[in-house]
Design a protein around this ligand. Structure first.
Ligand SMILES: Cc1cc2nc3c(=O)[nH]c(=O)nc-3n(C[C@H](O)[C@H](O)[C@H](O)COP(=O)(O)OP(=O)(O)OC[C@H]3O[C@@H](n4cnc5c(N)ncnc54)[C@H](O)[C@@H]3O)c2cc1C
Length: 338
């Protein structure tokens, strides 16, 4: 009839794992660690007939253990946990309400999702499965290994809000014509004059970071601009800055849905986590400024270099010729911005 075959890494031909010339054992799931397999154990069940199930110990000569706790096919096409110890049952019907081959759906309707212990077939007590959930051919997402999760958690997203003010005069140059800008709150609040004397417009650009940026973000656009203006007034109380505003703009990178912040940073001791984040994982490759090597992380050219690096890794994994390294960026300044 039908069987499930297995092929070991490096082998040139498969072996029989479950089934025989007279049995149908096809509806199967395998745990991510390769230790266990669960199959349906029915001979083409017709209407009203249900297949039983069995699990196979793939680490022990494919030893078969019937799952007699339920002979209604509820274990077939289930989701096996990565270690093969638990199973979330498959209970769906097709769109016409007909039980899918080998599924756990009862003749009178779909079967609710439940967790089971594979070794015994007993229900596994669990919380968090939504009531009324019915799942068709479920699977578990593979877990990331602890070192990869640690690297993701170690990298934080910075907070930046950028404000621009156009005034009717360069009042901040009155006392010092060459004033390029100033900073307060340990550099969290910086205002720059981007134009050299005799050129451009009377503009101040505010680069607001960390807690001060969060303050503006929480206030929202209008009140945030107002607060930023009050920070300009602080060092020039007699200049009447508020009345001089011709145009203003606030760009909140913390709330930007496509960026969710400015660029990555690590807490003390986390410098090596960027390399861990960049390390490929079973065919999954990682790029982006957060994965760039020092001193290029946090920058556009760091993101670019990381994309080149990931592309080289993928080509290498495919056995394709790897292009030469990109031109070095080492002569670029550490930052193109503050
Ligand atoms: C205000 C500001 C000024 C800056 N100035 C400079 C500068 O002068 N020089 C410099 O070098 N760097 C600067 N940077 C930093 C630079 O912008 C970033 O380091 C760089 O853009 C990061 O590139 P990236 O490709 O890693 O990430 P991103 O550019 O953030 O790209 C990630 C992309 O993924 C998309 N995405 C996210 N989630 C999903 C999802 N679930 N599905 C599909 N797509 C998704 C996002 O929409 C985004 O397009 C500045 C940053 C800010 C905020």
């Amino acid at each position: 009839m039908s069987a499930t075959l297995g092929i070991k890494h490096g082998a040139t031909s498969p072996v029989l794992v479950a089934g025989s010339d007279t049995e149908c054992r096809v509806c199967h799931s395998v745990s991510a660690d390769g230790s266990r397999l669960v199959t349906g154990n029915g001979e083409h069940p017709g209407p009203g007939e249900d297949p039983s199930s069995a699990w196979y110990d793939l680490m022990n000569n494919y030893a078969e253990t019937p799952m007699t706790a339920a002979n209604d096919g509820r274990f077939n096409w289930g989701a096996l946990s990565p270690d093969g110890k638990l199973l979330l049952n498959n209970g769906a019907m097709n769109k016409n309400g007909v039980k899918l081959q080998g599924s756990a759906a009862e003749d009178n309707g779909p079967l609710l999702a439940q967790l089971f212990t594979v070794a015994t077939g007993a229900t596994y007590p669990s919380t968090g499965i939504p009531s009324g959930l019915v799942v068709g051919s479920p699977v578990f997402s593979p877990d990331l290994p602890p070192w990869k999760r640690r690297s993701i958690q170690a990298l934080k997203m910075g907070r930046v809000v950028v404000v621009h003010f156009l005034f009717d005069a360069w009042f901040w140059r009155d006392a010092n014509p060459n004033l390029p800008g100033w900073s307060t709150r340990s550099g969290r609040i910086s205002f720059w004059d981007p134009h050299p004397a005799g050129k451009g417009q009377p503009v101040l650009l505010g680069w607001i970071t960390g807690a001060a940026a969060q303050e503006l973000s929480d206030l929202g656009e209008e009140a945030g601009r107002d607060r930023a203006l009050s920070w300009i007034e602080e060092p020039f109380p007699a200049a009447g800055a508020r009345k001089r505003v011709q145009w203003s703009n606030l760009r909140d990178w913390i709330r930007d849905p496509y960026a969710l912040g400015s660029y990555s940073y690590t807490c003390p001791g986390g410098a090596l986590e960027r390399a861990a984040l960049a390390t490929p994982l079973e065919g999954l490759h990682f790029a982006g400024e957060a994965t760039a090597q020092a001193p290029h992380y946090q920058t556009v050219h760091g993101a670019y270099l990381s994309g080149r690096r990931a592309a080289r890794e993928i080509l290498g994994a495919l056995g394709r010729e790897v292009a030469s390294s990109p031109r070095s960026f080492s002569r670029l300044p550490r930052r193109l911005f503050a």
